[in-house]
Design a protein around this ligand. Structure first.
Ligand code: GTP
Ligand code: MG
Ligand code: NA
Length: 458
């Protein structure tokens, strides 16, 4: 996947923005998939990754007659959730990327998490393009499937064009209020010198998608040659820790540089210390398929960066997301690597705070667990947490939660997000009086728990 005559690696692009602006739908439109409709409540609750090989981008941008300019092997796009409780995932995604797409709904303009995302990008000095999405919702829009936006705009009536200009002006003004200069991309002579480009688009009919793809690929290759120069030294980040049926606990990683091989000895950061293990299998979804969606996986003997990869190995149960994965080479000093991992860990553990009294929280992935903890900590919610777990709820989890029966009965509760409850765990919970709430949308858990607390108070 990683070859390029220019020895450049694929750029990593993060897609960010307020909830429901169409981030996942835009990716669906490019992939020809339907991930968004499979999401609980239509809301992204995990971070994902999709690899777009250069040949696909070439096809998609053909009408712009610019194929010769592709200098990178492809593009890896990281999808992030826009819902407010997933700030940690947005931060993780934006920390990994070379460039970003900030999605704005043309009907809603700048919203809370648009501004939050903008601030993350500013903080990290990450360049971005703005996708001004949902242009098909302009009254009277004439669909021009997958056309460049310049061509599509010419097909529109004067009324549509003037409504567009009016809304665009408002968006430009709101960005200005955030200290950001913006301009339609084909009029922007100042790109990279302080004026950010806006690409109007529709994730439903595909107008503007060719423009968006070409802009990303050309821009990164033109301005980031140094940053994108491929290096043999492994640079790899753990994106998610997940239990997958038939594979046990797996980690989803983004390989930014270097090569991973089947059987490599690796070290990752774990809750109880560095985890030393060997890669049992290296799996990727097919090209143009989302890593976070269960599907068929391709097995590899080795994979060259850039790629989103699922790794299976023993002992990954307590791996921590957002940390680095290290490969132990024949000449490497294992103790030195372990020390580096311990340093990473101290910063991560400070995010998961545990106090003596509180509910027990169980989630399907460490990423969603972090999101849930963050949500429970917000002033409006404010539910203390005494224990955490990843994966399905078992008897031992109920036993841990039952400790609260003696201290604070209302906290003898398991908030279980996107996991199943083992039959014997349910039985034990009923017997001893531990409440278990399950949901596949985070704030539904909170609503259930709140109703329970309100009930107790009456
Ligand atoms: P989160 O991941 O939950 O933050 O949302 P998102 O930004 O990924 O948005 P999503 O792709 O889930 O789309 C939200 C809703 O907007 C869905 O109902 C989509 O069908 C709709 N939508 C997305 N893009 C477009 C568009 O270009 N035009 C129209 N008309 N609807 C769109
Ligand atoms: Mg989404
Ligand atoms: Na959504």
């Amino acid at each position: 996947s990683g070859r390029s005559e220019y020895n450049l690696r694929s750029p990593i692009c993060c897609i960010m923005g307020h909830v429901d602006t169409g981030k996942t739908k835009l990716l669906d439109c490019i992939r020809g998939t339907n991930v968004q409709e499979g999401e609980a409540g239509g809301i992204t609750q995990q971070i994902g990754a999709t690899y777009f090989p250069a040949e696909n981008i070439r096809k998609r941008t053909k009408e712009l007659k610019a194929d010769a300019n592709l200098k990178v092997p492809g593009l890896l796009v990281i999808d992030t959730p826009g819902h407010e409780s997933f700030a940690s995932l947005r931060s993780r995604g934006s920390g990994l990327c070379d460039m970003a797409i900030l999605v704005v709904d043309i009907m809603h303009r700048l919203e809370r998490q648009t501004v939050e995302s903008l601030n993350l990008l500013k903080m990290r000095n990450t360049n971005f393009v703005i996708a001004l999405n949902k242009v098909d919702r302009l009254y009277g829009w004439k669909a021009c499937d997958n056309a460049s936006i310049v061509k599509a705009m010419k097909q529109q009536s004067r009324d549509v064009q003037s409504e567009f200009r009016m809304r665009l002006t408002q968006v430009v003004t709101e960005f200005k209020e955030q200290g950001i200069n913006t301009e339609l991309y084909y009029k922007n002579r100042d790109m990279g010198k302080g004026t950010f480009s806006i690409v109007p688009a529709s994730a439903i009919s595909g107008e503007g998608i060719p423009d968006l793809l070409l802009l990303l690929v050309q821009w990164t290759a033109k301005t980031m040659a140094e940053r994108l120069t491929y290096s043999n030294e492994v640079q790899c980040t753990v994106l998610e820790v997940k239990v997958v049926e038939g594979h046990g606990t797996t980690i989803d990683v983004i390989l930014v540089n270097g090569v991973l091989r089947d059987g490599d000895q690796i070290v990752v950061c774990g809750m109880q210390g560095p985890i030393v293990t060997s890669i049992r299998s290296l799996l990727t979804p097919d090209a143009m398929k989302e890593l976070r969606v269960k599907g068929s996986y391709e097995h590899h003997k080795e994979i060259k960066a850039v790629q989103g990869i699922k790794i299976t190995a023993q002992g990954l149960e307590h791996a921590i997301t957002g940390t680095s994965l290290y490969v132990v080479g024949p000449d490497d000093d294992m103790e030195g690597i372990k020390e580096a991992v311990k340093g990473d860990m101290r910063s991560v553990m400070s995010r998961v705070d545990k106090c003596g009294e509180g509910v027990y929280v169980q989630a399907s992935t460490l990423g969603s667990l972090e999101a849930l903890l963050e949500f429970l900590k917000t002033p409006e919610v404010n539910i203390p947490v005494s224990g955490i777990g990843i994966g399905n709820v078992h008897k031992k989890d109920v036993t841990i939660a039952s400790v609260m029966l003696e201290k604070k009965k209302e906290y003898a509760t398991i908030l279980a997000f996107d996991v199943t409850i083992a039959h014997d765990a349910k039985e034990l919970a009923d017997k001893v009086g531990v409440k278990i709430y399950t949901a596949d949308i985070i704030y539904h858990l909170f609503n259930q728990f709140k109703a329970y607390i309100d009930n107790l108070k009456e």
